[in-house]
Each structure stands twice: as structure tokens, then as C-alpha cells.
Design a protein around this ligand. Structure first.
Ligand SMILES: Nc1ncnc2c1ncn2[C@@H]1O[C@H](COP(=O)(O)OP(=O)(O)OP(=O)(O)O)[C@@H](O)[C@H]1O
Length: 236
């Protein structure tokens, strides 16, 4: 569970988050969307604890549960193989190497990249790198997944593959997900609730009626919800 109460944050004199109130319950998903520079990543970093709580200007942040973050640029070590990239954080936590390898094998199979396990990041595609980054975070068995622009660098079909994987993980493993996106379709596909931000404020929180329905991308309801989000974004 995550709760932000009247939270404000500034970089120097620039107010980046202005009186944010938000609650994310266990086993739910939340999309954060809004124009460039409106504070989405800053909000995600505050939730992740990557910005020290002491720097929060005003308000409160409560988090319960292990958080795992997946970065936009994947954050893989170029000199480590796919398998080593997944095992490394486990090693750092002092986990037994045999158990770590087993866990890594299961994750690689689940993400359909087992055959890539001995390759290096430069030898695999963007979509495959994204899967490795997801796998590395999953290995740590977090309760809450945070993702920043998970698919912005990927082509349309690969984007949808990654979104499908995330949907499967979130629903089967009962994890919470908070993700930042510029992509309206992504927000409406993966977000149970969609937060629309502008200039450091939450403009609107939309309950997504199409979330989790089968073959939703082909439905009228999905596109109607996308239009609804687009209109809120355009209102500014
Ligand atoms: N480390 C930093 N130091 C100073 N200002 C920063 C820093 N990081 C971000 N900012 C400023 O804070 C504001 C919000 O940035 P943030 O990255 O949170 O926006 P965003 O909505 O994620 O943008 P984008 O969609 O372009 O990634 C911007 O005006 C940005 O210039």
C-alpha cells in the first residue's frame, strides 16, 4: 500500500509536485500520464525512495511492501550476460547461487528469453533488453512494481508484447503496479486507475472500466476510454 498526503516537492525554486494526494491499494495498478515536464518521473522517484524523504517539502509518504523499479533505459550491465544481470541483485542480497540460478531460469523461461541467457545486452534487441530488465526486478520478488516509460523505445508490436507480459505478471502474481507513460493506449490497457497530471498537480483520476477485460484492445470501450483520457490531456 502506498499513500501520499498533500505532498509537495521542489527542485530549488521550481515547484515540481504541488499538493499530491494519492492512494494505491495492494494488487491494483495505476498509470501516470501527462505532458513532458509535469512531474511524473519525480513522483515515481519519490514513491521509490530514490529521492530522499527528507527532501520532501511538505506532506507525507507512506509505503508498505517491497518496491522494485524498472528503468526506462533498462539499467543492464553491458559486461554481464543476461543470466548474470538477473542473478547479480540476488548475489548482492546474499542469496545462494544455486537457488539464484534456478530462480533466474524460471524467470527467463516465463519471459520467453531462456535461449538468450548467455548473450550480452549489446547482442539482444530492445524488447529483449526490456524483458531482461523486468526479469531482474522480478527476481527480487517485489510486491510493488514501478516502471518509467516501459516501452517508449519499442515498436508498436513489441510494446504490446511487453504490456501483455506486465499484465500477466500483475494479475497472476498479484502485484501492484505504478507506471509512468506518454502513451494513452498503454495507460488504458494497463492502468486500473489513470492519473492525469499537469504542472505538478493531479488534474484527474479516471477509473478505467475496460481494465483487465479479454481482447480489450479490439473493443470500442477501450477506444472510448482512450478518447476520454486524450480529452482530459488536451484540456490541460
Ligand atoms: N534533478 C533535477 N534537478 C532539477 N530539476 C529537475 C531535475 N529533475 C527534473 N527536474 C525538473 O522537474 C520538472 C519535472 O520533471 P520530471 O522528469 O518529473 O517530469 P516528467 O513529467 O517525468 O517529464 P518527461 O515526460 O519529459 O519525462 C521539470 O521541469 C524538470 O526540468
Amino acid at each position: 500500500m502506498i499513500k501520499l498526503e498533500s505532498l509537495s516537492f521542489s527542485y530549488g525554486k521550481e515547484k515540481v509536485l504541488d499538493n499530491i494526494n494519492l492512494e494505491i491499494k495492494e494488487n491494483t495498478t495505476l498509470a501516470i500520464i501527462g505532458p513532458s515536464g509535469c512531474g511524473k518521473t519525480t513522483l515515481l522517484y519519490i514513491i521509490a525512495g530514490l529521492i530522499s524523504p527528507e527532501k520532501i517539502e511538505k506532506g507525507n509518504l507512506f509505503t508498505r511492501g517491497e518496491i522494485g523499479i524498472i528503468f526506462q533505459n533498462y539499467g543492464l550491465f553491458p559486461w554481464k550476460s543476461v543470466e548474470q544481470n538477473i542473478i547479480l541483485p540476488l548475489k548482492a542480497k546474499g542469496k545462494d547461487i544455486k537457488i539464484s540460478k534456478e530462480l533466474s531460469n524460471n524467470i527467463l523461461k516465463r519471459l520467453n528469453i531462456f535461449e538468450l541467457k548467455d548473450k550480452f545486452p549489446k547482442e539482444i534487441s530492445g524488447g529483449q533488453k526490456q524483458r531482461v530488465a523486468i526479469g531482474r526486478t522480478l527476481a527480487l520478488e517485489p510486491d510493488i512494481l514501478l516502471m518509467d516509460e516501459m516501452s517508449s523505445a519499442l515498436d508498436a508490436m513489441t510494446k504490446e508484447d511487453i504490456q501483455d507480459i506486465i499484465m500477466e505478471i500483475v494479475t497472476k502474481d498479484k502485484k501492484s503496479l505504478i507506471f509512468v507513460t506518454h502513451n494513452i493506449e498503454e495507460a488504458v490497457f494497463l492502468g486500473q486507475r489513470i492519473v492525469v497530471m499537469n504542472k505538478g498537480k493531479i488534474r484527474s483520476i479516471v477509473e478505467n472500466s475496460s481494465f483487465g477485460k479479454k481482447d480489450i484492445r479490439k473493443s470500442r470501450e477501450f477506444y472510448e476510454n482512450c478518447i476520454k483520457i486524450r480529452e482530459i490531456l488536451e484540456e490541460g
